[in-house]
Design a protein. Structure first.
Length: 140
């Protein structure tokens, strides 16, 4: 079971990652967000930052739909994210290894070519680099 501290540890292990000050967590590479805490909005109520749910960049609509349909207990969306390449991730539904895979994949899709030579796989172990290396050029 992963949590916000795990998100922070995994994200900050990736090269050139910056944490943006917020009430939750918000991680970017080259000013592009790749994972942040879910700002839940309920009409008529103040926004609530959810530390148990992460917003995760997934690259495109096909990947988004594959995740939503394939693992509805892990991933979901809301109307505010319609048409955006983002899914909501229930942190308690994944272990740290899966979280590492997802966050690293999101980072790889957002990092510019000029920075991607700083191999994230070496920082996180060959498992992460091997699983995600074929997607390094997606989303740029």
């Amino acid at each position: 079971m992963a949590d916000a501290d795990d998100v922070r540890r995994v994200a900050l292990a990736l090269p050139h990652t910056v944490e943006i000050p917020s009430d939750g967590f918000d991680f970017r590479v080259a000013d592009k967000g790749f994972v942040w805490s879910y700002p839940e909005r309920i009409p008529g109520k103040p926004r609530v930052i959810r530390l148990d749910i992460a917003v995760l960049f997934v690259g495109d609509e096909a990947e988004k739909q594959a995740l939503l349909l394939g693992e509805p207990e892990v991933f979901f969306t809301t109307p505010g994210y319609h048409g955006l390449p983002l899914v909501l991730l229930r942190l308690a539904a994944v272990d740290v290894d899966r979280l590492t895979e997802l966050v690293t994949d999101a980072w790889r899709m957002r990092v510019p070519d000029s920075l991607s030579s700083d191999r994230a796989g070496e920082l996180l172990g060959d498992r992460a680099g091997g699983l995600l290396g074929d997607r390094a050029g997606v989303g740029k």
